[in-house]
Design a binder for this molecule. Structure first.
Ligand code: ADP
Length: 439
């Protein structure tokens, strides 16, 4: 820079002095100096023109001396850096495009109002998007399945995503999830879950079919065993105990198969019947009768505190199965003479059924796994009491079909409370058939 300024001064001064000297020799130093200055200005004008031409992109960066030399060199350097940066960015973009094209999942970048800004190749294959035709369109104009549109509009839980058949045909099952990023931008990620769903279906069908096939032979065996056991006097003494045990175990197998069939049914697409208006107090009274019979000589006290005017929109058979399982568990897993309370009321507009017992309770580490199939705190005790290990799994599935949640509160030595919390829109209010309160 300093060198440029020195050269510049030398050049300007040289032209001026040279002009003056030549002019002096020709007899007019002033004219000579003026011509020298003119030459200097002309040189500047020429460099300005070269700069303009170069900035317009018509040609290489020119070369010069003095300050113009410095300026042209700086321009040349920054151009070279810009070219390198551009090349690097182009490489990054190319690498991103290659990797996003290799992704098996569809990725769609959505603008603030849900318009498609960008999508990868998988999005074109899975969702049928076409670029550039669909860029700028609202995603719900292109993917119109009601489940997806409802999810996109914010109905249901965002983090869970949504499943729906591919727009091009029902053969593909897709799972979509939306994540937010940047300012008001969203990324839609769509996965092909066809294979997983097919395997799930195969597993469900297998369990349902196997359970169904086992049911008939077991019924026959149980029937014969019961006949044999009923005439105990006619049996040789050494056969009595084995036959009694065989009858018990056959009954247990029957219960397991019934529960597996029930679970398969709950997991299946079709329900047992359409939703109806269910009188829950009436249902609880029926369940109480069965639970008293189950308790028998064990003497459990079973109470109902219910809002008789509160009914529920749901599937009566599934609700009965869920509630009865909770009450049966309370009978099975609490000591003789324990008190079991069923409560039915609104909690902040949400219908809530609670089954509370004052038994031994469950240690905290078991609670998260309790509703898994065949998970038991004490397997041998559960079996001895006729438990199948599937009761709470049935409860969870039956509740999920009603958009309800199972909430378990328990502590060792303090008893347990199993709550079924339904969404407010399932609540119905009816004139009570009997006075509300303790039934
Ligand atoms: P099971 O047929 O064994 O009752 P469930 O799925 O219904 O199977 O219950 C799973 C386990 O949860 C039971 O084995 C038991 O250990 C525990 N459990 C369920 N309900 C209660 C309760 N009211 N009190 C204590 N433990 C319970």
């Amino acid at each position: 820079m300093i060198r440029g300024a020195v050269a510049e001064t030398a050049l300007g001064g040289g032209l001026l002095a040279g002009g003056a000297l030549l002019g002096w020799m020709a007899g007019d130093a002033g004219l000579g100096a003026g011509l020298g200055l003119l030459a200097y200005v002309a040189w500047h004008v020429r460099n300005i023109l070269r700069l303009i031409v170069s900035l317009r992109g018509d040609g290489d960066t020119p070369e010069s001396v003095g300050l113009w030399g410095d300026l042209f060199e700086t321009l040349h350097r920054s151009r070279r850096e810009a070219t390198t940066t551009r090349r690097r960015l182009a490489q990054i973009v190319q690498r991103f495009e290659e990797s996003s094209a290799a992704l098996p999942d569809a990725a769609v970048v959505l603008g603030e109002d849900g318009t498609i800004d960008w999508c990868n190749e998988a999005a074109q294959r899975l969702l049928g998007l076409r670029t550039p035709r669909d860029l700028g369109q609202r995603i719900t104009n292109v993917v119109r399945h009601p489940a997806f549109v409802a999810y996109f509009n914010g109905e249901g839980e965002r983090s869970a995503g949504v499943e729906f058949p591919a727009p091009q045909g029902d053969a593909l099952m897709l799972h979509a999830q939306i994540v937010s990023f940047g300012q008001g931008r969203r990324l839609l990620v769509v996965r092909d879950v066809t294979q997983g769903r097919r395997l799930e279906q195969v597993r469900r069908d297998f369990v349902a079919n196997a359970s169904h096939e086992l049911r008939t032979p077991l019924t026959v065996i149980y029937g014969f065993l019961e006949t044999l056991v009923s005439d105990e006097a006619a049996l040789p003494v050494r056969w009595r105990r084995p036959l009694e045990l065989m009858t018990q175990q056959t009954l247990r197998m029957q219960r397991i198969i019934d529960d597996m069939l029930m679970l398969a049914q709950l997991e299946g697409d079709g329900g047992q019947g359409a939703d109806a208006d269910v009188d829950i107090l009436n249902l609880l009274q029926l369940i109480r009768g069965e639970a008293i019979a189950l308790s028998g000589s064990r003497g459990h006290r079973i109470e109902i505190h219910a809002d008789a005017s509160l009914w529920l929109r749901g599937n009566e058979a599934e609700l009965r199965s869920a509630f009865a399982n909770l009450v049966d568990n309370a009978v099975q897993h609490t000591p003789d003479g324990s008190t079991i309370t069923m409560r039915w009321r609104l909690q902040d507009d949400s219908p809530l059924l609670e089954v509370q017992d004052n038994g031994e309770g469950i240690a905290a580490e078991h609670l998260p796994r309790l509703s898994e199939r065949f998970y038991r705190v004490d397997a041998s005790r559960s079996r001895a009491r006729g438990g199948t290990g599937l009761g709470l799994a049935i409860v969870k599935h039956a509740l999920a079909r009603h958009d309800a949640q199972l909430r378990i509160r328990s502590a060792l030595g303090e008893g347990s409370t199993f709550g079924c919390l339904f969404p407010p829109e399932r609540a119905l209010h009816r004139a009570p058939r009997q006075a509300p309160g303790t039934a």
